[in-house]
Design a protein around this ligand. Sequence first.
Ligand SMILES: Cc1ncc(COP(=O)(O)O)c(C=O)c1O
Length: 476
Amino acid sequence: MTTTTQSSTSRRSAYPRPRVLGIKTEVPLFDGKRVRYVNLDSAASTPPLLRVQQAVDHFAPWYSSVHRGAGYKSRLSTHLYEHARDVVMRFTGASPATHEVVFVRNTTEALNLLAHRIILEPGELVLTTRMEHHSNLLPWYRTPHEFVELTPDGRIDLQDLERRLKAHQGKVRLVTASAASNVSGIITGIRQMARLAHTHGALIAADVAQLAPHRALSMGAVDDLERIDIMAFSGHKLYAPYGAGALVVPATLFASGQPMLVGGGSACLVTRSDIIWTSGADLEEAGSPNVIGVVAMAAALEELMRYGMDKVAAHERGLTRYAIKRLQTVPGLSLYGPSWDTMLSGSEDRLGVFSFKLAGHSYSEIAAILANEWGIGVRSGCFCAHQYVAFLMGVSDAVSEKIYDQLISGLPVDLPGMVRASLGLANTREDIDRLVAGLTAIAQGNIRAQYIQTPGGDLEPAGTTHDFAAHGESLL
Ligand SMILES: Cc1ncc(COP(=O)(O)O)c(C=O)c1O
């Protein structure tokens, strides 16, 4: 996705790279030594930008409840809250003439809200894909749906999408897919999917939770066959972890109908027997909203636009290529998803999200060793994408069913999983070097601590206990 809605090149070139908080924080290792924390878990969540924290600090004394207050602070807060909708419009390239921005907690809530709003006629269905995060999968289990299949290397199969659109001619109401994967880092062909969806009379929703922090977005013009109709994202993946997210939708979808949550703000008039609902975004924002979260998210988007999403992308593309080259040197490491060659050829854009295995070591062991011996934060497991992870790992349906039966019977199960390292704006080549050094040491058997399983199922170095209670208390 590319955009033309952001600030001019000359302004961008002068603007420094936004600073992310916590990049110099030191954390304890298993032996008590302290090292700078290397955060390789941006696909899960990101710390705030310095600019975002400053905005929150500046705004906090002026905070008051929005919409219903007559006082100066309420009106100022209302102004900033409503202004944030314009910021989201600019960030996504959406037009206020056709779209609404609804503030929600996160992508999960945005997609649940969308599922609530897509009311199907008999015979209609939704198409989602086997690549999706559970946020874009589980809401559709409650409604007639089908999964678009994957190609052998883990991409969304556009031919299968077209086949299904044709088979259900005119009956597919919505195609909903990730714009980028939180597991393989693949940037999907969301534009081609949009063209196919629109050609067959369906709407297209893009889960941009992963793409938005790394690439410029553009909804596209309303008459463009490749336009995106709906976008959903979370502020906490965009350097504003204060509990706000956004759903950008065609205004027509919210013009009428019953809201998902009802309460203050969602009605114009309530009598003993009846309710007249309001319309637009207000209709779906019942209750007092998360004003500080929304202001923080807008501050993050403004800051990223001032810097330029093209520069964010250029920085991260360089790091991604470097990471691929370096990871290739780790003995026994294999990446899930497209081959090394495809990735190194540069023929295809991808995110710096790497899910891998290391021969002879479990995913939880690798994550624990990286944390406790190298001060690196990665993620391990299935990343809330069970179907996709199973596909990439070649877990057969028979094995999946066996795991299902074991879980249902309350038996202990070793779920298959991967390790994931993911890059963001603040990462450097040094971070990647540390990861590669850690993984190489593990591959060569240079593991310094002994690991035991905690009652919660995590692995921890024997004899090491971090006093999170005392540390937490010291922070508050
Ligand atoms: C692609 C994708 N979609 C949706 C989500 C859910 O985001 P949230 O937990 O903020 O609702 C995630 C989170 O990792 C994601 O990676």
